[in-house]
Each structure stands twice: as C-alpha cells, then as structure tokens.
Write a protein that binds this ligand. Sequence first.
Ligand code: DGT
Ligand code: CA
Ligand code: ZN
Length: 580
Amino acid sequence: MKNAEIAKIFYDMADILEINDENPFRVRAYRRAALNIEGHPKDAALLPVEELRKIPGIGADLAGKIREITETGTCADYEKLKKKYPAGLTEILAIPGLGPKTAKFLNDKFKVKGIDHLEMLAREHKLKGPGIKEKTEMNIIKGIEMLRGRQTERHPIGKVLPSARELMEYLGKSSAVRKISIAGSLRRWKETVRDIDILAASARPDELMDYFVKLPQVSRVLAKGPTKSSVVIGYGGNGIQADLRVVEEDAYGAALCYFTGSKEHNIRLREMAVKRGLKVNEYGIFDSKGKKIGGQREEDVYQAVGLPYIPPELREDSGEIEAALKGQLPSLIQLSDIKGDLHAHSKQSDGSYPLEKLIEAARARGYNYMALTDHSKSLGIARGLDEQKILEQIKMIDALNKKLRGFRVLKGVELDIRGDGALDLPDAILARLEIVNASIHSGFRQDAARITGRIVRAMENPYVNVISHPTGRLIGEREAYGLDFERVLKAAKETGTALEINCYPARLDLNDQMARRARDMGIPLVISTDTHVLTHFEFMEYGVEVARRAWCGPGDVLNTLDLKNLLAALAAKRKKLAAV
Ligand code: DGT
Ligand code: CA
Ligand code: ZN
C-alpha cells in the first residue's frame, strides 16, 4: 500500500463529507492529512503508530485509520461513507474540475448514473438551467475528456518518477545487470509520460527477465521474452506500464540513444549517419560494409555523426541538432547551481511546519537562503496573513536572521492578485518585504483580456518581483487560464518582473516551452518549490529539469545567484519603477 493510495482514501472521505455538508473542519482535516501523507518520505505501511502520529495533521484517530488501511486496504469509516450515496456520484467525483458541491447538485437533480450518463446529458445540453451555467456544461465535457485521456494515455511525471526509481533500485540488485538506465520520455523529463522505459545490458537476459516480472511492484505481466518484457506496476488508476529491454553490453550506448528518443531526434541522427555512409540503430554503429564500428557508449553515436553529446532533455528536434552543429548548445543549469528556494509556506498560512523547521530542511540541502512567502489575507482558506500579521512576521524574521550564520531568510509574501485585479496588500507593506511573489487564486475562468490584465497590472507594481505559477494549469486536471501569454512576456520584459517555474509536480508552471520563450527574451526566471511540507523542497529537481528542457543555463535563473547579487537583482525593479 503506497502513501498515495492512503491519501486517495482520505481525499475521497473529505469529498464525501463535504457533499454531506459535514463540519468543514473535519473536511479540511482529512484533506490536510491526505496532503501530508502523500508528501511523507517514508512508507506509512512500515511506520509504527507512534511515528505516524508525528506526521503533521495526524492524530490518534487518523493514525489508527492509516494502520487499518495499510492492513486491510480500506477502513470501516470509508466504507460506511461510501454507502451513503449512489455509486454514480463517487464515479463523477473523479472528473477534474468538478467540485463536490456541483457533483451533489447534479446527482440530486438528474440522478446521474455515472460518467457516461453525465457526458450524454452535458452533450445534449440537458444540464444547463438554474444552478448550472452553459460554461459549466462545457467544463464538464472537457473534464471528462481529460479524465479519459489520463486513464488511457499519459501520466504526470511526478506520479511516475518515484515508482520508476523504486523499480530501478530493485533491478539494480540483480547480479544479472551490468548496466541499467531509464530511457524514453522519462529520461528526457517530459512532463507527462505514457510508460516507463528501462534499458539494461546483461549477459544473462533470461535470468534478469525472470527477476523483473516477479518484482513485488508488478501487478500484471503483459509480455515476457529474452529481449523485451512488459508489465504493469501499481493498481487501478495508478497502474502504469513498464517495459524492460535487455541488450548486449557492446550495443548498450546505441540502444540507450535509440530508446531515449525522441523519435524525431533519432530520425535526424540517422539521416546524418546516412550522409556519412554510416548506419546507426539500436544494435550499434555500422560502416558501409555493415561492419560494426561502435555503440558501446552513447557518446559514440554522437561522435560518429559529428556532433557533441546532446543531453536527453534537449532531444526533441527543436533546434538542438542545429545548435550542436554550430557548437552553440547551451550549458544547462544543474540542481547543484540552485542556492536557495524563493517560495515556501509556513504554519502561519497553509504550510504544515514552523519557519525553524523549514530553515533546517533548506540548510540540509546546502542552500544559502530561502524566502518565507506565506499567503496574503484574501486567501482565507489558506489562513492568509493581514497587514498586522505580516509586520509581526517581519519582526520575527529579523530577529531570527540575527542568530543565523551563513544562511538568510528573505522576508516575503505570496501576494494574492484579487479577482478584480487589485493587489491584496498596500505598497507601504510590500516596501518592507524583500521579495513579493504575486499569483492568482481565483477567477480562473475569466476571459483572456481580464485575466491577463490582472497579471500585467500586478507586474506594473514596483514591489512585485515574481509572478508565481503564472498560467495556473494543473497537469491533467486543470487547463491554463486563457492567458494572452505574449502580452505577459512583454510586460515581464518591460517591468523587469521574473516568472516562476513552480516545481510542484502537478503544476510545473511555467512549462518547458513557455519558459524557453521567456528565456529567449531575457526575462529572468526563478525555480521555486512552493513548499508546504518539508519534503516538498525535494521537488526542486522537477523545476530544474523544466528549465533544462527550456534550454536554461544558470545565468537565466535568479536563485542561482549568491545572496548579495540576488538581493541586488530583487531591488533593481523597485529602484527602476518606484523612482519614476
Ligand atoms: P511516451 O512513451 O509517449 O511518453 O514517449 P517515448 O519517447 O518514451 O516513446 P516510446 O515509449 O514509444 O518509445 C521510446 C523510445 O524508443 C522513443 O523515444 C524512440 C524509440 N522508438 C520507439 N519506436 C520508434 C520508432 O518507430 N522509430 C524510432 N526511430 N524510434 C522509436
Ligand atoms: Ca515511453
Ligand atoms: Zn504558494
């Protein structure tokens, strides 16, 4: 039983309680517990109850439920709750963007039997009327399409990578493995992947395949052979296909290049090989007489066609071959270039830990600084801070910084851009902070002019340093706002406002292509985790990988700067705009 599966049950329970108009604090308690379990680094199934109780938001009652779930696969309260209404409702609750309240309304009014039934009603425009707008109807259809796509097609990388790494750890233990690597879209760090591709070199492929299909994660074996086996790991909606291919060691590099893709990139490589009278494929590099001349190392393939090594993240045939030919490949940012995190929430808003704990976790990662950016007041649900509380926090941070050596907490806020475009705190308060991340948390469905206008207006404020999660998309769950992104870029450039690559795996916002546009225009980027619990700091690698896919070097990202230069960069916009 994985933590994510336990979390799913708690999320479901919260939804059901909400539908039944139960105490909102209970609803929130379940959501918070779900979030914290999901983000917990250790396997809850292996933890004793006393340890479970140390997880924030988990008391005696929830710890007991977690134990019951890990032992039996469910818990009595969940089963009882599920009986409270027709199966159709639980089914339609899975539709992205359809909240519990609307689901209940639909169910009461139309006796919805399930997703197919709801889709039919929506397509025939039978839903719209009092309580349901035409737009809601369209959103329901979109949500259903997304859900179908998700079940049959692509999985967000954040859900796949941890399982893939676990699988790799198990496979690495087999003595039949000589070399092993993740390949495919996962190695290129695409934000969604269809399956997990793994490549191994082995002299004993049969033994390795026997070992592979019997691993504890495997729920189904789809095919088994000496060179390729396919299995499903995980269950239900969390199930994902994993393919293991095994080659001989002297073809490992050529095979790794081939199976990493992208297909479009490979086609370009093969064309270049042909022009040189060579052939490259998954078996190696061959001369015109068919004699094998290399392929043990991936570098060999690039060398054979006259190119420098191209990092997997760039292999999309989106200009990397041309750049490589000219010797102009970017020198990509690395995780170790990051000197601090500029977006984190403490217990004072909707985070789960006090600032001291966040500092410990940030220091443990080798950072020199972090910004505390709790929510501002209009975000009541996240216990956003008002002017008074911000001032208290500023005092608290000043006092704390005096005691810290070799580390600095930046005074910041995640400033809500309100529905009407107004900023949630006055300039007098913002001026006392060192970093202001502004972001949208409401009115997602406003038209392009309106929602773009809100963001542009925020950027025109001299104190707003960063626009956080600029497009609002949640992978596979919520589409980006209908932004005029070119206008956002233009305003960012003119005002000197940075754009965030939010590392939260469900967000990855900006995405790779948008971040690349920003980078090409010389707009500064920040890569921030939006930490709510300590383990979220680990999401930094996802954001760094988005930046790598966006061709960014360390110079394109503000939080690679040392403290002094970072503070200067943040202050620059104020000097420029506040002066006029
Ligand atoms: P995905 O699975 O849709 O997220 O994307 P990939 O890139 O992982 O695609 P996948 O799993 O179908 O294949 C893995 C790699 O194997 C792919 O990136 C390139 C290589 N490959 C697969 N089929 C072909 C093919 O027909 N032609 C060429 N040139 N390469 C292929
Ligand atoms: Ca794949
Ligand atoms: Zn945040």
